[in-house]
Design a protein. Structure first.
Length: 359
């Protein structure tokens, strides 16, 4: 949602937004190995509703030639400087030409922060929470504990405001003739990967799933129901969700296929919910449905009405796979650092020996 917010601000500065996405090779050269492949990143960026077009394989250093190639008046970046591997400002040329604008960085979130949360899950963060004690203790509407943050995503520093939700929301009401489609889940880590915890499973792509649902009707109006942190923890376990309800709300609202979000949707899709939103179709992925707390099927009512449909996204990317990629990158990074430190230590030892021999 930090990336999405930057793109929202950039789009507001002009009439047409083209987003340059770097290749894996460029990222590895200047920042280290990317978690997602360039094809995954192309698809994710294109799914953000403020993006009109993507420029695949964009150079890491933005030049005037790049802007002219895409007929752009100027480029936009956050107010944090970006440097090449040799310490050069990647926007130096366009800044000098007056074809550079800045937008405010979203406070309380970064890719590094989210990666850190996932790395925590490989250690103590994997511990299960005692539902009897903690579930009852932390029951306010936005999953916050007594210290003001979610007990399940306690490392988050993000502070939600109504203004931010308004900025991300489409504000469009369903119109006569629209097919109102309801989907529900945790939608955890939506902004950095296309894997969704729908009813406790994590092997359906967010973007792919929602795109397939969007294609089911000529005029779709998709409502995404987001479960509170406590509910996600109940059916997912460990220390999920990684992102709290505030972060997940903005992430889903940024998707071009979603028209509305229900914050803290009930786990069971009830008659009251279906009637209130005038839902004509309820969709779920090709994954196991975790029963409700009383053992009942959470989709019992839409199935009874004959409006339930399974949707196969064709995507098998999971959160666990993403975490594995991050761990692999982290281990490679640490191995490189150890080799570098060993080499530097060997050089220092050699220099010290040479000095001693001189004396």
């Amino acid at each position: 949602y930090g990336h999405s917010n930057q793109l929202r601000q950039a789009r507001a500065m002009g009439d047409y937004l083209i987003v340059g996405v770097h290749t894996d090779e460029e990222i590895a050269k200047h920042k280290g190995p990317p978690v997602f492949t360039q094809e995954e990143r192309y698809k994710m960026v294109q799914a953000i509703k403020w993006v009109d077009e993507i420029a695949p394989g964009a150079p890491y250093v933005t030049t005037l030639e790049t802007l002219d190639k895409y007929n752009c008046d100027f480029c936009v970046h956050g107010d944090d400087i970006t440097l090449t591997i040799d310490g050069k400002d990647t926007y130096e040329e366009v800044k000098a030409a007056g074809r550079y604008r800045e937008c405010k960085r979203t406070q309380g979130v970064s890719t590094t922060d989210l990666v850190g949360r996932m790395l925590l899950m490989t250690k103590a963060h994997h511990s299960n929470i005692d539902e009897d004690l903690d579930y009852r203790k932390h029951t306010d509407n936005f999953g916050k504990g007594p210290k003001g943050h979610s007990p399940w995503t306690g490392v988050s520093q993000f502070l939600q405001t109504s203004q931010k939700i308004i900025q991300f929301a489409s504000g469009k009401e369903p119109q006569p003739g629209d097919t109102i489609i309801y989907v529900a889940g945790a939608f955890d880590l939506f902004h950095i990967l296309d894997a969704v915890f729908l009813r406790g499973s994590a092997d359906i792509g967010h973007v792919d799933f929602l795109e397939k649902v969007h294609q089911l009707a000529e005029r779709p109006y998709i409502i995404a129901g987001l479960h509170f942190d406590q509910e996600v923890n109940r059916y997912k376990g460990k220390n999920y969700p990684i992102m709290n309800i505030h972060e997940r709300t903005l992430s889903v609202l940024a998707c071009r296929y979603v028209s509305e979000v229900v914050i803290g949707a009930p786990y069971a899709v009830t008659a009251d919910l279906l009637d209130h939103f005038r839902v004509t179709l309820v969709c779920h992925g090709m994954t196991e449905v975790v029963p409700d707390k009383d053992g009942s099927d959470p989709y019992e009512e839409p199935k009874r009405r004959g409006i339930f449909q399974l949707v196969d996204s064709g995507n098998n990317l999971t959160t666990d796979l993403i975490v594995q990629r991050i761990i692999k990158n982290r281990l490679e990074f640490e191995a490189r650092n150890q080799k570098k430190e060993a080499k530097e230590l060997a050089v220092l030892e050699a220099m010290k020996k040479m000095e001693e021999e001189k004396h």
